[in-house]
Design a protein around this ligand. Sequence first.
Ligand code: NAD
Length: 498
Amino acid sequence: MRQIDHFISGGAGAAAKRFGDVFDPNNGTVQAQVALGDAAVLERAVQAALAAQPAWAATNPQRRARVMFNFKALVEANMDELANLLSSEHGKVIADSKGDIQRGLEVIEFCCGIPHVLKGEYTQGAGPGIDVYSMRQPLGIGAGITPFNFPAMIPLWMSGVAIATGNAFIIKPSERDPSVPVRLAELFIEAGLPEGICQVVQGDKEMVDAILDHPAISAVSFVGSSDIAHYVYQRGVAAGKRVQAMGGAKNHGIVMPDADLDQVVNDLAGAAFGSAGERCMALPVVVPVGDETADRLKAKLIPAIEALKVGISTDAEAHYGPVVTAAHKAKVEGWIQTCIDEGAELVVDGRGFKLQGHEEGFFIGPTLFDRVTTDMSSYKEEIFGPVLQMVRAPDFETALSLPSKHQYGNGVAIFTRNGHAAREFAARVNVGMVGINVPIPVPVAYHTFGGWKRSAFGDTNQHGMEGVKFWTKVKTITARWPDGSPDGGNAFVIPTMG
Ligand code: NAD
């Protein structure tokens, strides 16, 4: 059986003691085994990083940017192979895998301009003969711990900015789809990155804990579910590290009575069911304002949902593929049952979906609930599957309060033709990323990605200038070049600029 190894110092790691199963979600079989590493494996990666990082940090930013240009071209040249590999382990359809890679590449494009954003600030003549300037320096060694649902985009969010700013970077991918990050690390080396600057350690909690406790790792960027994010944040900070930890989500789509409902239905179908709902920026909750809006929306949603095609990830006609594992399928179907038990109205039931020829695949049909209420646990918690819950709101203020009061605050969208309502909503909603007639408001790479409340722990976002801030520390230099005349100052008084 195929084995998926670590990628340390430009090559594979040592023989593993433990392995994890990597499934083929289309068929429900085990297709590979991934090494599950420990502190000894991590130590080898850290030593390689320590040896390589000073020279990389001393490499001028323009040369570092050239590696990013080369890397971008190599990923593009290998797009088909990477997308196939990604789909085969994750289950998302090929076009969606290409989108996953492309959104990550856009961060690499941002990193091609790294010399510009690292320029620092300068004040000439801050005092007599005194100039003040600042520079951003790398932290040393950074680590990334990533979830299963974007096995290309999220590793690229982190590795691009960490590496371009002069750090060595160690990534611990999800053990459920661990191959793509290894291929990306190999392509970085082919692009001219020195060995030891981008490495992959495979593993589960044991490896995560080793990363969080290692004194030579200065910063940890985590993306995954909220309980683990909180754990990683607390343990990493306690060990003196800089930590950003993005968590789960339950994004709401508010539909105002004046919205273009055909457009909304189209947007909701993609945002709720695309990638089988396994996106932190999916829209699993729709909030129509007023019963009349809800009834009109429901009437249009039902046929649109029933027309969705669920298929294997290589089926070019399929709208979405299987979920990632049998355990995840059972969890999502468990939430569907809970939502029924809690009294919601099951409008379209996706359970029991079987794809001919792939009966053991991890497929779930699209599911729609109406009359979901805020006291239901199935509303409060993240389901992370192809399930759309409709919560009816009597008015704008109630609709605004739902995402604002929810424990998660990753993304939210409002659909309306009313500029004033949209403007009010964007300003007042207690959520980190807002879409106005945009169902999945993932910001472009030169802006920044991050939610609020239990969707993110730590205070800097991913990519854009926030990413640069996370992966660097600021040094500020105050330089004085006296002209030779006596200054008569008193060295015992705190210096001021007068
Ligand atoms: P997960 O929390 O199970 O795993 C994430 C990472 O944590 C993996 O690398 C995993 O190996 C590690 N891990 C798992 N259990 C651990 C433990 N007990 N101790 C230490 N480490 C552990 O998440 P997942 O199922 O891979 O991904 C889906 C989740 O990620 C969803 O909740 C989704 O909303 C979230 N997500 C959030 C964002 C965001 O930016 N906010 C983006 C993508 C995904």
